[in-house]
Design a protein around this ligand. Structure first.
Ligand code: NAG
Ligand code: NAG
Length: 299
């Protein structure tokens, strides 16, 4: 890791911080790293606007503004897996311009790994998708709405391998306490999604997740911790239809409110000028075919 840091410092001297490495074995743990989406300390948001310098897709899924306007770097503690890198937490936000193509019912800004086309190294074998998430207190959510902050959308865009949700499910009426939770749902490909985990979305805490997918045997295992605690299994391994493969989305997808039966992609109610965000850290995907998931970073 020292060599990465000094390479970054050298790069800063020559005024161009490199994008985080991907498709390489880094020192996060002992497993090969298929995608490293952690943000190095000297990374500038403008680097996300260009595919040659971003570890993420520069164009999708975005509204009318480029990534450099959508992300912010808050001054909060490093997340668990950002600690060895000194990696920066990154806020992904939505506003009134966050309308993707013709989807006027949604507000969305979602980072997609550049290596992840839908059927690739991140959706074959056995993998673990890692991310840490926390509130952005300067851009609070409206928990009367449904949010889908992180998920794998199947390659044919028809369903999900798994999903994280918060807020009130579309068309339902929940108490604020029930809605202010982080909830993981299983695959919706061949059966209805089941809630497999639910924890209060407490303010100012890092919530660390890893979802391990066995793409061959259709299994899912969920790992979770808060703060700097190592991950631990909280659900699974359980049967899960992973056959749709797909793309990993990390960011903000806000549904409208409105009556059941409307086309939520195009209809329903959204506030005129939302200014909402979520904070992310420690995003990476590892190859766990060796049989173990990295529960904490190597020192
Ligand atoms: C992206 O960066 C490359 C290399 O610096 C540059 O040649 C290209 O013009 C940039 N693309 C855009 C759309 O700015
Ligand atoms: C939160 O969402 C509800 C439902 O769309 C809306 O009625 C309310 O005005 C929103 N609150 C704020 C503070 O925007």
């Amino acid at each position: 890791m020292k060599s990465v840091i000094s390479a970054l410092l050298l790069a800063a001297v020559s005024q161009a911080a490199p994008a985080p490495s991907s498709k390489t074995t880094t020192e996060i743990g002992s497993n090969p790293i298929l995608f490293d989406g952690r943000i190095p300390p000297l990374f500038r948001s403008a680097l996300l606007d260009n595919d040659t310098t971003s570890p993420y897709n520069a164009e999708y899924v975005l509204g009318l503004e480029p990534w450099s306007k959508v992300v912010h770097f808050p001054n909060v503690d490093h997340s668990l897996f950002d600690v060895p890198l000194g990696g920066k937490p990154i806020i992904v936000s939505i506003n009134d311009k966050s309308i993707f193509q013709t989807q006027t019912g949604f507000r969305r800004s979602e980072l997609l790994p550049d290596v992840n086309s839908g059927n690739d190294v991140t959706t074959n074998g056995v993998t673990a998708h890692h991310f840490s998430i926390r509130t952005d207190n300067t851009r609070p959510l409206n928990y009367s709405h449904e949010y889908q902050p992180v998920f794998i959308e199947t390659q044919d865009y028809s369903s999900h391998v798994w999903q994280l949700k918060t807020g009130t499910p579309f068309g339902e009426s929940w108490t604020e306490e029930a809605a202010t939770t982080l909830r993981i749902y299983s695959s919706s490909t061949s059966s209805d999604a089941l809630e497999i985990f639910n924890v209060p979305f407490t303010t100012d805490d890092w919530h660390n997740f890893a979802l391990e997918e066995d793409w061959t045997n259709n299994l899912l295992t969920l790992y979770y911790s808060t703060g700097q605690s190592p991950l631990a299994v909280v659900a699974g391994p359980m049967a899960n239809d992973n056959s749709g493969k797909g793309q990993f989305h990390v960011g903000m997808l806000k549904l409208p409110t409105g009556p059941n039966g409307i086309d939520v992609t195009k209809e329903g109610y959204q506030e005129k000028r939302p200014n909402e965000g979520l904070t992310y850290g420690g995003v990476f995907i590892e190859d766990t075919s060796s049989g173990s998931v990295t529960l904490e970073p190597a020192v």
